[in-house]
Design a protein around this ligand. Structure first.
Ligand code: IPM
Ligand code: MG
Length: 360
């Protein structure tokens, strides 16, 4: 069989996006050489730089590039320059939300891993996480209150605004299957995060997830109210394996979990559609304060590329090899500024990328 060629839309975006992407592409290439696949990349504008160039955060040309691709590798969007735009035109919202909807990216996987070597960077008391932690936040991404009907109307003494949280059984079912399947490759536990004591949609989530559970007899299922979940992840993140969340709860909890790992610069994410299409992006933002200085941590972007190889291209061995190379670079003491401690090797974006490349 001849080597497959994967078409990848590269949307580097703003801030540190282009730098960390530049450190990632050679790694993707080398993984291809080692594991027998080719990549054909097309770059396209997204976010603030796209607003400056075309007036739109998500130009049609970019959507078309993505439509012709097998997957999207995304950097990050936004920054101070565009913060005064009206909320609906802000790069984050005007680029990411439509991309999720257009491509049906309904399942957002946000692994929050605190490496044993880096527990000092976590704000959690280190005695509580002697071996670090590894929690997978699985967030529903195309439903719920972010996409339900919204409106603002005038009333006697001002305005009244409404956001609507809407879910249908089928939207819950598809992500629930993914959560159980993910748990099967991990510590075999799914925790549904909801607010079933108050919200109708949460009652539907519980009912739907419970009905699916018997299909996965090896997986333990439990339930937690979102307010309690926010507290429990602080007290003992290791009690969780896969956290299954509706859109807004997952948005909030995934940021909390990310903060608990100690560095946003390490966390990748995958947003998956039905089939094999996906968008892969670092969890951290554009980090405008350090953009352009060559010091940003490229690991989240590199690990996002690994997730792309795993989920969109079924190149599990290549994904693992990249993940191992990252682990090795950390174990050998390579550190960008965000995770630096005395006695380790402080490096910039390119050097970190090169170190990982050399261990691949
Ligand atoms: C995220 C972000 C987005 C979201 C914003 C920028 C629209 O917070 O990806 O978590 O709310 O989903
Ligand atoms: Mg968020």
């Amino acid at each position: 069989m001849s080597n497959p060629t994967y078409k990848i839309a590269i949307l580097s975006g703003d801030g540190i996006g282009p730098e960390v992407m530049a450190a990632t592409l050679p790694i993707l290439n080398k993984a291809g050489e080692k594991f027998g696949f080719k990549t054909s990349i097309t770059e396209a504008l997204v976010g603030g730089c796209a607003i400056d160039a075309t007036g739109s955060a998500l130009p049609d040309a970019t959507v078309n590039t993505c439509k012709q691709a097998d997957a999207i590798l995304f950097g990050s969007v936004g920054g101070p320059k565009w913060e005064s735009l009206p909320p609906t035109q802000q790069p984050e919202r005007a680029a990411l939300l439509p991309l999720r909807k257009i491509f049906g990216l309904y399942a957002n996987l946000r692994p929050a891993i605190c490496h044993k070597d880096l527990i000092h960077a976590s704000p959690i008391k280190n005695s509580l996480i002697p071996d670090g932690f590894d929690v997978l936040c699985m967030r529903e991404l195309t439903g719920g209150i972010y996409f339900g009907e919204k409106k603002t109307v005038a009333v006697a003494h001002g305005e009244r605004s409404i956001d609507t949280m809407v879910y249908e059984t089928s939207e819950i079912e598809r992500i629930t299957h993914l959560a159980f399947k993910a748990a099967a490759t991990r510590r075999k536990k799914v925790t549904l995060v909801d607010k079933a004591n108050v919200l109708e949609t949460s009652v539907l989530w519980r009912k739907t997830v419970k009905a699916i559970a018997p299909q996965y007899p090896d997986i333990k299922l439990d339930f937690i109210y979102v307010d309690n979940a926010a507290m429990q992840v602080l007290k003992n993140p290791n009690q969780f394996d896969v956290l299954l969340c509706e859109n807004m709860f997952g948005d909030i909890l995934s940021d909390e979990l990310a903060a608990l790992t100690g560095s946003l610069g390490l966390l990748p994410s995958a947003s998956l559609a039905e089939g094999t299409f996906g968008l892969y992006e670092p969890s951290g933002g554009t980090a405008p304060d350090i953009a352009g200085k060559g010091i940003a941590n490229p690991i989240a972007q590199i690990l996002s590329a690994a997730l792309m190889l795993r989920y969109s291209f079924a190149q599990e061995k290549a994904a693992l090899a990249i993940e191992n190379a990252v682990r090795r670079a950390l174990a050998e003491g390579y550190r960008t500024g965000d995770i630096y401690t005395e006695g380790t090797k402080k490096v910039g974006t390119t050097e970190m990328g090169n170190a990982i490349l050399s261990f691949l």
